[in-house]
Design a protein around this ligand. Structure first.
Ligand code: X8Z
Ligand code: ZN
Length: 529
């Protein structure tokens, strides 16, 4: 399944003879930069045709084997086994409650984005009260929407915090992005990367061979070999991902003295949160200015709203996706979601939680969950939801230690805090990381934050000015908050059932001559794979 996913290639929308487009960097770039409704729909659909759809049969077999393994380990199914590291009988319920607390804010953001996209693409594509088409959100899975910030910026005349253009003009390279990240860790009195890291990591996509490009960090468990593999593109999003991956390595380094069994995160969500916490400081306009990536930084309410919008488009939009990936798999592994309904159950969740819809009809011939890396690679996902909640708790605690946040001082709000060079903050973080998984996670959380529970109120506090602004903005424009109707886009008995087994049409008008070309490209590609 991983091989199908990682080697899938599709044809270009405009140049139909070019059929070697890969997810990273080609399709990611198109999703990020194209504002052509037809091109985006083509890429969205073809990716799912070349990845998910071809994975479906394998996944059927896989669910059986995975559940057998889980049973041998004493669990009812693989979904239950995945929750073991969270050490709580109420974990599913706790996560559900966190989502309920965050939902009203997500819905305000969703309503604003739908209005702006309606202005851009027109009422024929985006309705007043319905879900948003999934291919217009700047990301292949609509999991975070920061790449369409340019369409959504609240005050266009003010500081724009997308530093991708500046990174390019300043000649940034993947190596420099990793060095920048290392320097931040070192500034906190945390650990430098060992020489082996620089020697063995892969930080650029190699030419002439296939690679699983999805970024990952590796602990070789010998105390000195730690590596990252990332097909880094010079963009701000990838700069944040570099920090994310470096956070994993930092955790490995901090707990390397622990016995093997405790060399893990306090729970999987902790591991995902470390680098993201640093990135919350790195992304502040003041910090970007300090490192020469932003020129002028205004200090007023409008600039603040612009900044909070950019962060919310990465963090708040992610929450329902971070939750539904495993909601879907819990249903599949437990058997509550039947195989004949796998894809439509996926779209029920996408509709209900995210308020999105596919650009084209879906059927049970499709397997859209399989078009997202963590499904074929079998990586549990609720860890990211947990991370996106607790990273704000970590951030708050570290900012207090750094003297950068004071709940009683309005000049020091949480979203402006930059913990750079604070050894107090770094030492507190290091102390928690060194525990690895040797104590129950609430102990680790308490050691850093003073509380033993996941708490969604900190995110609400961080984004408070934006939530107020969005609520007022949606009211002023009389935008309907939430979504209704238009959820009849997936059925087990759809026309897609009768599609030929070969290439489906791209949605654009296709001449017979072109069909021959497409067919030949398809056949050629088959012989080369
Ligand atoms: O998979 C990742 C990391 C590796 S642990 C790059 N992330 C999730 C994703 O890409 O879907 C980070 C955020 C969510
Ligand atoms: Zn990660």
């Amino acid at each position: 399944m991983s091989t199908i996913y990682s080697t899938a290639k599709i044809c270009d929308y405009h140049r139909t003879k070019v059929c070697n487009l890969t997810l990273e960097p080609d399709l990611t770039r198109i999703l990020r930069t194209s504002r052509d409704y037809g091109e985006l729909a083509h890429v969205w659909k073809q990716w799912r045709y070349k990845s998910g759809r071809r994975i479906r049969d394998h996944y059927r077999l896989f669910v059986n084997i995975a559940n057998k393994a889980a049973k041998l380990n004493g669990f009812d199914n693989m979904g239950d086994m995945w929750l073991y590291p969270y050490e709580s009988d109420t974990f599913r319920q706790d996560v559900g409650e966190l989502w309920e607390q965050l939902k009203p804010f997500y819905q305000q953001l969703h309503a604003y984005v739908r209005r702006k996209l309606r202005e851009k693409y027109g009422e024929q594509h985006i309705s007043q009260r319905g879900p948003i088409p999934a291919h217009l959100l700047g990301n292949m899975w609509s999991q975070s929407w920061g790449e369409i910030y340019d369409l959504l910026i609240p005050y266009p005349g003010k500081t724009s915090v997308d530093v991708t253009p500046n990174m390019k003009t300043k000649g940034y390279t993947p190596r420099r992005m990793f060095e920048l990240s290392e320097e931040f860790f070192v500034s906190l009195n945390l650990t430098r990367m060992p020489p082996e890291f620089w020697e063995h990591s892969i930080i650029e996509k190699p030419k002439g061979r296939e690679l699983i490009c999805h970024a990952s960090a590796w602990d070789f468990c010998n105390g000195k070999d730690f590596r990252i593999k990332q097909c880094t593109d010079v963009t701000m999003t990838d700069l944040i991902t570099v920090h994310h991956e470096m956070g994993h390595i930092q955790y490995y380094l901090q707990y390397k003295h622990q016995p093997n069994v405790f060399r893990a995160g306090a729970n999987p969500g902790f591991h995902e949160a470390v680098g993201d916490v640093l990135a919350l400081s790195v992304a502040t306009p003041k910090h970007l200015q300090k490192i020469g990536l932003l020129d002028n930084v205004e200090e007023d309410n409008e600039a603040d709203i612009n900044y909070l919008m950019s962060i919310a488009l990465d963090k708040i939009t992610f929450l329902p996706f971070g939750y539904l990936m495993d909601l879907w798999r819990w249903g599949v592994f437990s058997g509550k979601t039947k195989e004949e309904n796998w894809n439509c159950a996926w779209w029920d969740l996408r509709y209900n939680l995210q308020g999105i819809k596919p650009p084209v009809r879906r059927s049970e011939y499709d397997f859209d969950p399989g078009a997202k890396y963590h499904i074929p690679a079998n990586v549990p996902y609720v860890r990211y939801f947990v991370s996106f909640v607790i990273q704000f708790q970590f951030h708050k605690a570290l900012c207090m230690k750094a003297g950068q946040y004071d709940p009683l001082d309005p000049s020091k709000p949480l979203h402006k805090c930059d913990i750079y060079q604070s050894t107090e903050a770094g030492n507190a973080l290091g102390d928690m990381l060194q525990m690895g998984s040797s104590k129950p996670w609430p102990d680790a959380l308490e050691a850093l934050t003073g509380t033993r529970k996941m708490d969604a109120s900190i995110i609400r506090e961080y984004f408070k000015p934006l939530e107020v602004w969005l609520t007022e903005n949606n009211e002023r424009h009389q935008e309907f908050v939430g979504w209704e109707g238009e959820n009849d886009f997936c059925s087990s008995d759809s026309p897609a059932r009768h599609e030929p087994v070969g290439e489906p049409s791209s949605g654009a008008a296709v001449s017979p001559g072109l069909l021959v070309v497409v067919l030949m490209a398809f056949l050629l590609q088959q012989t080369h794979q």
